[in-house]
Design a protein around this ligand. Sequence first.
Ligand SMILES: Cc1cc2nc3c(=O)[nH]c(=O)nc-3n(C[C@H](O)[C@H](O)[C@H](O)COP(=O)(O)OP(=O)(O)OC[C@H]3O[C@@H](n4cnc5c(N)ncnc54)[C@H](O)[C@@H]3O)c2cc1C
Ligand code: FES
Length: 277
Amino acid sequence: MTNNLYRPELMTIEDIREETPDIRTYRLAFRDPEVRRGFSFLPGQFGVFSVFGQGEAPFGLANAPSEEGIVECSIKRVGKVTTAFEGLDVGDTVGFRGPYGRAFPVEEMKGKNLLFIGGGIGMAPLRSLLWHCLNDRAAFGDISLLYGARSVADLVYKAELEEWRARGDMSVLLTVDPGGEDAAWTGKIGFVPTVLEEVAPSAANAVAITCGPPIMIRFVLATLTRLGFEPEQIITTLESKMKCGLGKCGRCNIGGSYVCKHGPVYSYRELLELPEF
Ligand SMILES: Cc1cc2nc3c(=O)[nH]c(=O)nc-3n(C[C@H](O)[C@H](O)[C@H](O)COP(=O)(O)OP(=O)(O)OC[C@H]3O[C@@H](n4cnc5c(N)ncnc54)[C@H](O)[C@@H]3O)c2cc1C
Ligand code: FES
């Protein structure tokens, strides 16, 4: 990578996939073959992506880290930079800084039953971790995914959800908020924490990994606690406003913790020790 920490590498958009009415997944490849060969990341890490002339914003790295020199990110349109992304096409160039942040503790998860709990666009970092674990399937116990969105149209990675469901070595449970179902819907109807409580997974030898809207995460943490999960058995990722992504500007702090550097992955035990959480 470059000597100037703030200078982005150039990446070409190789593919764009419409996930939902307001979320697209971008597949990006480094322009410089040397950078492409030397690049690696771990699930849970993020990058700072730029649309030239418009600005930059952090997004989770959403693909399996095994793909050499390739980065995928799923972007939900909310404001200036995310809207600028929607104006881009295959073949266009974007900037990338990263990978940044602390990854999921994959080594500590080995031998455990993994419970993935995602909501909306929060499925992006979970997708990276899930593929990473499926690529090393024998290293983990049972793998289950509970994923929910506001409506059927708002579910991301629909083709992969089907692929994961068809595999014999993991379970997939989908839910949509009440009113978000359509005539063909065969999944659950209810908020993610409610369905989690109903399903009541065992905490024995398990790790729960959750990512989604902050309100969902709060209820999921409470539900998992009621189900007997200890705070160290629960892993989540936080999103805060960021600027540098490098632990230098202080924009992202929660108490004494810089989310860009000490996070974005935290155990619930670590979050309980943050004064402002
Ligand atoms: C570590 C990390 C990983 C992220 N991963 C993803 C991802 O995979 N996909 C994705 O779509 N988004 C992700 N985000 C959120 C994303 O960075 C923001 O949506 C983006 O910065 C908004 O930029 P904007 O210029 O379009 O919006 P702005 O014009 O800056 O703001 C529009 C609105 O979005 C709100 N907003 C801005 N930044 C954030 C933020 N960080 N979190 C919550 N609300 C915000 C603003 O308060 C405002 O209401 C992540 C954020 C972090 C910190
Ligand atoms: S974004 Fe600058 S310190 Fe975290």
